[in-house]
Write a protein that binds this ligand. Structure first.
Ligand code: ADP
Ligand code: MG
Ligand code: MG
Length: 199
């Protein structure tokens, strides 16, 4: 069973990953966007980590809702509301149970991904974070290592795609040949989850 502390460890692991990969994420965004993805997520997940160090909500759902709220309020770019919605909707789907098993967490994450689709209107193949999250969620039925592998592959598989959503879509065909920054950061999120689940 996964408790609030587990979700906190996941969020802190993501904050650390964003910290060490910030430059790489910004480099990816400089190729097909406005060179702020690393900084955006750094600002957001630093706020998440600070909030969760100050206060641990009682339930896994409440931890995710708090994290989502931080991202929505602290990040200016498209990724803030999108990641914020992902985490908040995942948290809401968990309800106020004190613990969740892995099947419940997977179902809740699916609700989170659905919220990203609803908010951003993108589909897999549009060269966004969904190209990581959708295959990762499908693979999560086979366990966390499978989800991580699918996430990493999904991110790399955005390289040949033409962006159809977000800032990169303004480049048209010139967006082809570059990894999507949000797909790369989503792989960090799934990797962080797989790592804390393995501990
Ligand atoms: P901004 O584009 O506002 O500068 P970021 O650089 O932080 O914001 O985030 C860009 C990432 O957000 C993209 O790489 C993409 O993965 C994701 N993204 C943008 N628009 C959408 C959308 N409509 N649906 C899903 N993801 C999106
Ligand atoms: Mg950007
Ligand atoms: Mg921006």
């Amino acid at each position: 069973m996964r408790d609030a502390e587990f979700i906190r460890r996941w969020m802190l692991a993501m904050a650390e990953a964003v910290e060490s990969e910030a430059k790489h994420l910004t480099d990816l965004d400089s190729a097909i966007g406005d060179a702020d993805h690393g900084a955006n997520l750094q600002r957001g997940f630093t706020a998440v980590a600070e909030a969760l160090r100050a206060e641990l909500p009682a339930t896994p759902g409440a931890v995710l809702v708090l994290a989502g709220r931080q991202l929505i309020s602290k990040v200016g770019g498209a990724s803030g509301p999108l990641y914020g919605s992902l985490l908040r909707a995942t948290g809401k789907a968990l309800g106020d149970a004190a613990e969740a098993d892995d099947a419940q967490l997977r179902e809740a994450l699916q609700a989170g991904v659905d919220a990203v689709v609803k908010l951003g209107g993108a589909q897999p193949g549009d060269k966004t974070m969904l190209d990581t999250l959708v295959p990762a969620l499908a693979a999560l039925a086979d366990g966390y290592p499978a989800a991580r592998a699918a996430a990493e592959k999904g991110a790399k598989d955005t390289i040949p795609l033409q962006a159809r959503k977000g800032r990169a879509s303004y480049l048209g065909e010139r967006s082809i040949g570059h990894e999507d920054p949000g797909a790369a950061s989503s792989a960090l999120l799934i990797t962080a989850l797989a790592e804390v689940a393995a501990d």
